[in-house]
Design a protein. Structure first.
Length: 187
């Protein structure tokens, strides 16, 4: 069986620049934080809940997968503290938090303002504030409102916006950042 040789175009200056430009575009289109996820064999997070004073530090990802017991503990911590309702939290949300912590160069604790919200709690909060969406991603376990101890919320918002991975809301007057695993958007 004969094989046809593969010939590529000569590497001229123009072709080199074209290929280099394509490489830069491909790298720029990839979120800057993805390298932290790809190279981390373990991902750890620490939390304190501002309403319940509960704390939790754990490894939620290890040996190529999410740690079931850790996810269960995180689901409990992020429950609706008003009525104790719990819901599975999207693990991608923890990856966002981990990556932001790495990008902030902080091994700090996240202060939880709000995690999961039951429909009843969300409705009550929506009636009190126009800042609470009727169909909030908090009700799906896909959103969290946080601060990173010792780090500016404005800077945390900027890091999250540059990551281009979900919704980012900045609440300067209340000093927290909303993060979610939905489409990329900001407010």
């Amino acid at each position: 069986m004969s094989q046809t040789p593969i010939h590529s175009a000569p590497l001229t200056r123009r072709r080199f620049l074209t290929l280099s430009s394509a490489s830069v575009v491909a790298v720029a289109a990839t979120p800057a934080w993805s390298s932290a996820l790809l190279t981390s064999s373990e991902r750890k997070l620490s939390f304190v809940h501002t309403h319940t004073a509960e704390t939790l530090s754990l490894t939620y990802f290890k040996d190529g997968g999410y740690v079931n017991g850790a996810l269960t503990r995180l689901n409990h911590l992020l429950r609706d503290f008003r009525n104790e309702a719990s819901h599975p939290i999207d693990p991608a949300l923890f990856d966002i938090l981990y990556d932001l912590q790495v990008r902030a160069n902080r091994d700090a604790t996240y202060e939880i303002i709000s995690g999961y919200r039951s429909p009843a709690t969300n409705q009550m909060l929506h009636e009190r504030s126009s800042g609470v969406a009727t169909h909030s991603m908090h009700m799906e376990g896909r959103a969290i409102d946080v601060r990173l101890t010792g780090f500016s919320c404005k800077k945390l918002q900027e890091l999250a916006l540059s990551a281009q991975r979900g919704g980012v809301g900045y609440y300067g007057a209340s000093n927290f950042v909303h993060l979610d695993t939905g489409r990329v958007r900001r407010w």
